[in-house]
Write a protein that binds this ligand. Structure first.
Ligand code: HEM
Length: 394
């Protein structure tokens, strides 16, 4: 293993430039160190085909990685924290809420909320794009769960506080902030559950509680599943909505195409998803010794699978650093929503929400302008807009 390139020489996780724009770093790692050894003994993979191959081996599992995630280890009780057979059991319990037919219903909420927010915009057209994106996506999830859509600012604040823990190198302050935030996240979820117990409805919360009463999942699994949907459900979709609005501001031609050509819209969403992964890394653990391109990887090693790097792998994509929604089908795939059995259950909803928000804006406005530098919260593992000051022009 001694000759394996060192991750720190290619992907210095704490470097502010890497956090701001990781793609030049990924490009060099893809070229010179597609497999590297991290300071904590993890193996970091960047190539698309390597992620797809090693990430899907039956001996490569997910659960031990959530044990290391501080307060996020509550998700060991959600589908995302389980390996088989519990993973499929839990995923099945929520899948009927995210069918294409249901999503067509949920997205009407996204549209209505976006219209409501746009109705409030003054004649000067000034709006915070990131507030709009969070409100539209969070209120959609609340509708799906059938829980009140109040406390949006608190939900958002605590999620911001909890996310940096998922870095490869969380600081003691990140760990403490995450623990503090989880007191709110878990109490809030428990309160939503209590409320649904007291006043049953017909949303996802009620459905899971009935399944729990039938013995199909435990109380801890209900809590973890609902916490995941309620809090995580808005994060990445809202990031991409904002990221697209910023792109439209710098490329008015793209916004014009999006507005005038409905057939281009899905491809634009998909290309942005490839181009700007909100959570550019997932982790797994090996349970058998592996040989990865000549490097011996013992059982029990963490694999850091760089989705964001694989999305720009030049062996898969021509001009990988260009936004090009006219790519041929073989270049239109991406790994932003993960892959294999753990691939994102909310993918269709997230893509539909992004398209819906841009469409509602495009129906009223012909140009988007960024009027002040956006504030961002960026780590090696997650990207967020804190603000996105925009002016919308009719
Ligand atoms: C752009 C928005 C989103 C992105 C980029 C995203 C990304 C991801 C990724 C990367 C994973 C897999 C993690 C892993 O393999 O370790 C995942 C899993 C998951 N996501 Fe999403 N997600 C998004 C939106 C959503 C939404 C809106 C929902 C719910 C309504 C959702 C629900 C889930 C669930 C339940 C899983 C666990 C699936 C499993 O473990 O089998 N996601 N997501």
């Amino acid at each position: 293993m001694s000759e394996c390139p060192r991750t720190a020489d290619y992907l210095p996780w704490l470097d502010t430039e890497l956090r701001r724009d990781p793609y030049p770093f990924y490009a060099r790692a893809l070229e010179e160190a597609p497999v590297s050894l991290d300071e904590d003994g993890a193996i970091v993979l960047t190539k698309y085909d390597d992620l797809m191959h090693y990430g899907r081996l039956p001996s490569v599992i997910i659960a031990p990685e959530w044990e290391k995630a501080g307060a996020w280890s509550v998700l060991l009780d959600a589908a995302i924290g389980h390996d088989e057979p519990n993973h499929t059991r839990l995923k099945r319990l929520t899948s009927k809420w995210l069918t294409p037919k249901r999503i067509r219903e949920w997205v009407k909420i996204t549209e209505a909320v976006t219209d409501e927010i746009l109705d409030r915009v003054d004649t000067d057209g000034v709006i915070d794009g990131s507030d709009l994106a969070v409100e539209a996506t969070h209120r959609t999830i609340c509708h799906l769960l059938q829980v009140p859509d109040d406390e949006i600012d608190e939900v958002r604040r605590h999620m911001r506080q909890a996310m940096p823990m998922l870095s490869a190198v969380p600081s003691p302050a990140d760990i403490e902030a995450c623990t503090e935030a989880h007191i709110y996240l878990q109490n809030r979820t428990a309160a939503l559950i209590e409320r649904s117990r007291a006043q049953p409805g017909s949303g996802l919360v009620d459905d899971l509680l009935q399944a729990q009463d039938r013995g199909e999942l435990t109380e801890a699994e209900t809590l973890a599943t609902l916490l995941f949907f309620y809090f995580v459900g808005h994060m990445d979709a809202s990031y991409l909505i904002s990221s697209g609005l910023k792109l439209f501001a710098s490329r008015p031609d793209l916004f014009e195409t999006f507005r005038s050509d409905p057939d281009s819209r899905q491809a634009m969403v998909a290309e942005l998803v490839r181009f700007d992964a909100p959570e550019p890394v997932i982790t797994r653990a090996t349970t058998e010794d592996l040989n990865i391109h000549g490097y011996r990887v013992p059982a029990g090693t963490t694999l850091r699978l760089m989705l964001g790097a694989a999305n720009r792998d030049p062996d898969i994509y021509s001009n990988p650093h260009e936004f090009d929604h006219t790519r041929p089908p073989e270049q239109s795939r991406n790994l932003t929503f993960s892959f294999g059995s753990h691939s994102c259950q909310g993918r269709l909803l997230a893509e539909a929400e992004i398209k819906a928000v841009w469409e509602r804006i495009g129906a009223r406005y012909s140009r988007v302008e960024v009027v002040a530098e956006p504030e961002m919260m960026l780590t090696d593992a997650s990207r967020h807009y804190l603000t996105l000051p925009l002016r919308l022009h009719s």
